[in-house]
Design a protein around this ligand. Structure first.
Ligand SMILES: NC(=O)c1ccc[n+]([C@@H]2O[C@H](COP(=O)([O-])OP(=O)(O)OC[C@H]3O[C@@H](n4cnc5c(N)ncnc54)[C@H](O)[C@@H]3O)[C@@H](O)[C@H]2O)c1
Length: 284
């Protein structure tokens, strides 16, 4: 593989699982030294061990400023710098509709998904300003672009990430810092199960996830479920010098979901037309 990130040092929050893990592994393959910060120490240690000497894990709660700062400091002390900051960690919101939502998760969702992303941008931005520039990648979601039913706090948090990233792109461009926003679609990770976590029975949880995934799969214009590596590849491009003139973009990696109406309403119009014709006894 091309060593697109040779000599670069990357910090990835939420790198113990899912998209962050895939990004850490791909960045390491592309020649980067990687520092992972995550609450999940067992998974984080395992990912770091799998990558080897070019990776470090540090247990980090990104909502705690001193822990986020310490994570970035580790990149500098262990590997000599900080070139790429991936603010990827986030928490889901229980699947609940607006009028039934007691907003009990709101503060945590905004602390982790928004405040920590802005703070991570600040911490990395200050270092990069003083050391010749860098790249910041913030992870939003299609939920931050498309409104729908439910999970209002999560959607609002992901919309905030988009705007904060664009703002940072403009403010930091003068220091040679590019800031871009990744917008994953429906990617196979444990996020859905976490959003359903009120149901503790593992068999029921599996069934619920399968039912939800079936519905999600029917919305995929590209006709397959997104995988963590699909997002990692986009992150690799944006982090690399190949994207040297790209800043402030909001890049969906969603198989086409946000391109338009994935319900294929034209097909449904046609079904309706045929039904009415058949009921009226009119042959085509
Ligand atoms: N999977 C999807 O379909 C999807 C879709 C759109 C956006 N996203 C976004 O992608 C990013 C990664 O999600 P994922 O699907 O890989 O989820 P995941 O649950 O597999 O991974 C998220 C990681 O973040 C960590 N984390 C949570 N809170 C933290 C905290 N306070 N401090 C440090 N680490 C913390 C978790 O321990 C976990 O390892 C998130 O920003 C998520 O909102 C995911």
């Amino acid at each position: 593989m091309d060593q697109l990130l040779n000599g670069k040092v990357a910090v990835i929050t939420g790198g113990a699982n899912g998209l962050g893990q895939a990004t850490a592994e791909l960045f390491a393959k592309a020649g980067a030294k990687v520092v992972i910060g995550d609450l999940d120490a067992a998974a984080g240690e395992a990912v770091a061990k799998g990558i080897g000497e070019t990776c470090r894990f540090q247990r980090t709660d990104v909502s705690k400023p001193e822990e986020l700062q310490a994570l970035c400091d580790l990149a500098v002390s262990a590997f000599g710098g900080l070139d790429i900051m991936c603010n990827n960690a986030a928490v889901p919101n229980r699947m609940v509709r607006l009028l039934d939502d007691d907003l009990d998760a709101f503060d945590r969702v905004f602390d982790v998904n928004v405040r920590a992303v802005i703070r991570g941008t600040q911490i990395a931005g200050r270092y990069m300003r003083d050391h010749g520039g860098g790249v910041i990648l913030n992870t939003s979601s299609i939920a931050g672009i498309v409104a729908s039913f439910g999970v209002t706090s999560y959607r609002a948090s992901k919309a905030a990430v988009i705007h904060a990233s664009k703002n940072a792109a403009i403010e930091l461009a003068g220091y040679g810092i590019r800031v871009n926003c990744l917008v994953p679609g429906q990617i196979e990770t444990k996020l859905i199960k976490d959003a359903l976590a009120a149901n503790t029975d593992p068999v029921l949880l599996d069934k619920l996830e399968m039912a939800i995934r079936e519905v999600m799969d029917s919305y995929q214009p590209l006709r397959r479920r997104g995988m963590p590596e699909d997002v990692a590849q986009a992150a690799l491009f944006l982090a690399s010098d190949n994207a040297r003139y790209i800043t402030g973009v909001v890049l969906p990696i969603d198989g086409g979901i946000t391109a338009g109406d994935a319900h294929n309403y034209i097909e449904k119009f046609d079904e309706a037309r045929r039904r009415v014709m058949a009921e009226a006894g009119v042959s085509e």
